[in-house]
Write a protein that binds this ligand. Structure first.
Ligand SMILES: Cc1cc2nc3c(=O)[nH]c(=O)nc-3n(C[C@H](O)[C@H](O)[C@H](O)COP(=O)(O)OP(=O)(O)OC[C@H]3O[C@@H](n4cnc5c(N)ncnc54)[C@H](O)[C@@H]3O)c2cc1C
Length: 302
């Protein structure tokens, strides 16, 4: 019987694994290695790790795990969780199956992109979603802003801190009187025509081509896509979603299902930052350890 299975090896799952390994817990980290930030070549803003690649971040964590013999890691995808009286049974895509007392779901979120042709070719290379993550690299450059109009205006206000050369593309979404007031207040350039194509080279944006024939040169930009759960495992077990789309839990990740915890973006989407997801993994791991102690199960002798 494994003490805890951590599903998802992004910063939340990685930090939860480290804390539980150090608490002498027999843990298995299962990861399908398909994180949201896999598309980008550098992560920023995590102190001591500024500029690290997402894969380097993971490799460093796995090197640290090698100091703790009670940690096992598997590259696989969990496809089913069965609730039992004393815990859960985990089933994976590669046909593995094991029993676990507790689970931490650290499965993250996925983007639901608006209908903009070619957008995915540029996402993570020159079009990003968070100015705190990638605004510095695009400072003072001609930028495009895409996404749901209300939220885009909010982003435009913040983004002007990094570059004032902004064009908001509504991609055909109509403007309301309120929007027009906001545009005037912010002194923004707004293009409402649907986008025909984004063009550029090797993921680096060069032009935004509109259905009305306008072609506007931009070297990068930001988008605010809707985020949805990357995995349905929580829903399959009956966990409801909160107002931001995260799995409903208390402040340390405890869900309504005994023994099932949730950490990182899967529980609390905003602000979407590596260090915040990692911190959530730490808090949740501590809560799991305390629950195991209350259940009368002490750290293994490994
Ligand atoms: C383009 C881009 C750039 C970003 N840049 C930055 C940055 O510079 N700085 C910053 O702080 N943040 C950045 N972020 C945000 C950051 O990536 C997220 O906040 C963070 O990765 C969330 O961590 P997490 O552990 O909750 O989820 P994730 O990192 O998404 O990890 C979830 C993991 O769970 C796995 N998984 C899902 N379902 C299953 C399953 N059923 N079985 C097994 N494994 C499963 C996935 O494969 C994935 O590895 C960026 C995001 C994007 C999209």
């Amino acid at each position: 019987m494994t003490d805890c299975t951590i599903i998802g090896g992004g910063p939340a799952g990685l930090n939860a694994t480290l804390v539980l390994g150090r608490a002498r817990r027999k843990v298995i980290l299962v990861d399908s290695n398909d994180a949201r930030n896999k598309v980008t070549s550098a992560s920023h803003g995590f102190v001591t790790r500024d500029g690290v690649t997402p894969s380097e971040f993971r490799e460093l964590a796995h090197q640290e795990f090698s100091h703790y013999p009670s940690i096992s890691t598997v590259e696989d995808k969990v496809i089913e969780i069965i609730k039992k009286a004393d815990g859960f049974t985990i089933k994976t895509e590669l046909g593995k199956e094991w029993a676990t007392r507790k689970i931490i779901l650290a499965t993250g979120m996925k983007e639901k992109f608006p209908n903009i042709p070619n957008l995915r070719n540029f996402y993570g290379k020159s079009i990003f979603n968070c100015p705190y993550c990638d605004g510095w690299e695009l400072r003072d450059k001609p930028l495009a802003l895409f996404g749901e109009v209300d939220y885009t205006f909010h982003t435009a206000q913040i983004l002007r801190n990094w570059s004032q050369d902004l064009v908001v593309f509504t991609n055909g979404e109509e403007l309301t009187k309120n929007h027009e007031k906001k545009i005037e207040e912010l002194n923004l350039r707004v293009e409402t025509s649907p986008i025909r194509l984004l063009t550029g080279k090797d993921g680096m944006l060069q032009k935004v081509e509109l259905e009305n024939g306008l072609v506007i040169e931009r070297v990068g930009g930001f988008i605010t896509p809707e985020l949805v759960q990357a995995s349905e495992l929580g829903t399959m077990l009956g966990v409801k979603l909160n107002e931001t789309g995260g799995y409903h839990s208390d402040e340390v990740g405890n869900t309504k299902i005994t023994g099932l915890f949730v950490a990182g973006e899967a529980s609390n989407v905003y602000p979407a930052q590596l260090i915040i997801a990692a911190a959530s993994g730490v808090e949740t791991a501590m809560a799991v350890n305390v629950e195991l102690i209350h259940d009368g199960i002490l750290g293994s002798e490994i």
